[in-house]
Design a protein around this ligand. Structure first.
Ligand SMILES: Nc1ncnc2c1ncn2[C@@H]1O[C@H](COP(=O)(O)OP(=O)(O)O)[C@@H](O)[C@H]1O
Ligand SMILES: O=C(O)[C@@H](O)C(=O)COP(=O)(O)O
Length: 420
């Protein structure tokens, strides 16, 4: 079976997001955590998603990790490469998306590549080159207060031009609505004007599906996960009937919900989860002070009933995050909370937890890395862009990695219902 598509994702929730969309559209997908060690078997995968944790690291490191992932995927014959970043174009002030896209385009000899973070099912649309979250411009949305990647601009052409060394063009929605040939014409025009990247408008899924057709011959694609929905058709693959996750409804599985996401959607979901199940808040000052926060959290979890999930979270509102960042610095505050939650996850798994829901992209990266998970297979979709997954291991865990802003208020209940 040829490997049609190789995906390089800049965080772990983003990786399960795009893997879920490709699987939903009928592709056999395997997700690897980082670049696999020699001997990793991709089986009969038609798409492989390499999950990196490169969104907020220095640009030169993000570039070298992404190029290493590209080399690994190319060795396995990947015909097309997709650089997956966030549907809210999350990047630090230094900005990794441009440098990584530049390096991948260079290595692949890609003359032109699209930039399209749109994910209409989750309210992210691109209109006249501006990124909207629901009815708000990105810069007015809660993303302006993200702990690590506050987004204060919405003009994608300007954002990409600032980060990339190459000129950036725009294919507006009228052209996308006019169909595949019109889009191809716009790509050709952009190329003749010396543009290397083109931001493409997409307001609804039909735009993404036609764009998918129009990029059939592109070596490199860049964007959010929804851009992938139009790709499997190019390889003659079509959507299959929904399959269940395969968990026995009678199974009693020790479950934990861990959250380091401070996003508005997660905080709402946590309010509901806390009303339903036992919960414990992790105090960043206690972590910074070297107190035995991890041991105490594990002791607390052991004292709870095994028949309900435990909820352990560091998530806080923007004012508290700001205060913590003033005290400890942005990166250190984030890293301390991530490490505490990751250590708690390891302890919970050692204590028999076999089902983990993790909220937050960076948090998921820390947790999955601490658990030394090598890869995941993709199961049932809980909410758009958030699947249940099973770890590739002798004693598999059932894991869901939730992007901060994804899922409705009842996300955690829904996840457990589907899990059985
Ligand atoms: N109480 C807190 N104070 C400061 N930072 C926090 C706190 N709780 C969590 N964080 C940090 O906020 C960041 C959230 O990012 P992430 O996990 O990617 O969530 P999201 O998916 O919502 O973007 C992480 O680095 C996390 O450690
Ligand atoms: O594209 C998206 O929005 C997600 O796949 C994603 O990357 C989310 O990142 P986090 O919000 O940091 O989890």
């Amino acid at each position: 079976m040829p490997l049609f598509l190789g995906v390089i994702a800049d965080d772990f929730t983003g990786a399960t997001d795009i893997a879920s969309i490709l699987a939903r559209e009928g592709m056999k997908v395997v997700m690897t955590i980082g670049i696999p060690r020699p001997g990793f078997d991709i089986g009969d995968a038609e798409a492989v998603v390499v999950a990196l944790k490169s969104r907020t690291i220095p640009a030169d490191q993000a570039v070298s990790q992404s190029l290493a992932a590209l080399a690994w995927l190319s060795e396995r014959g990947a015909g097309q490469i997709f650089f997956k970043y966030c549907s809210t174009f999350d990047s630090t002030a230094a900005g990794n998306i441009g440098p990584v896209a530049d390096a991948l385009a260079e290595a692949l000899g890609a003359e032109i590549a699209v930039v399209c973070p749109a994910f209409p099912q989750n309210g992210r649309t691109v209109f006249n080159g501006h990124l909207f979250v629901g009815r708000q411009l990105l810069q007015d949305s809660p993303m302006k207060d993200h702990p690590l990647t506050p987004m204060r601009r919405s003009d994608l052409v300007a954002l990409m031009a600032e980060q990339s060394a190459h000129p950036v063009g725009l294919v507006p929605h009228e052209v996308v609505s006019a169909g595949e040939a019109a889009i191809a014409g716009a790509f050709a025009a952009a190329l003749s004007e010396g543009k290397r990247f083109v931001v493409v408008d997409a307001i609804h899924d039909a735009h993404l599906r036609v764009l998918g057709k129009a990029v059939r011959s592109h070596r490199l694609l860049t964007g959010g996960s929804a851009l992938a929905m139009g790709l499997p058709q190019n390889f003659g693959i079509s959507r299959k009937a929904e399959k269940s996750n395969g968990t026995s409804p009678a199974a009693k599985v020790k479950t934990a919900i861990l959250s380091g996401s401070c996003s508005q959607a997660t905080r709402q979901q946590l309010l509901r989860a806390k009303a339903l199940w036992p919960s414990l808040r992790i105090n960043l000052d206690a972590v910074a002070d070297g107190q035995s926060v991890v041991e105490e959290a594990l002791a607390w979890a052991r004292s709870q009933s095994e028949s309900v999930p435990v909820v352990i979270y560091g998530s806080a509102d923007p004012a508290e995050v700001e205060a913590n960042q003033q005290r400890y610095g942005r990166e250190r505050a984030g890293a301390m909370m991530e490490q505490a939650l990751a250590a708690i996850a390891s302890g919970l798994v050692a204590d028999g937890t076999a089902r983990l829901l993790v909220a937050g992209g960076e948090t998921s990266g820390a947790v999955i890395s601490a658990l030394k998970i090598k890869g995941l297979t993709i199961g049932a979709e809980i909410a758009p862009g958030v699947p249940w997954t099973t770890t590739l291991a002798a004693n598999p865990l059932q894991v869901a990695l939730k992007s901060g802003n994804f899922g409705g208020p009842d996300f955690f209940e829904r996840a457990l219902e589907i899990a059985g």
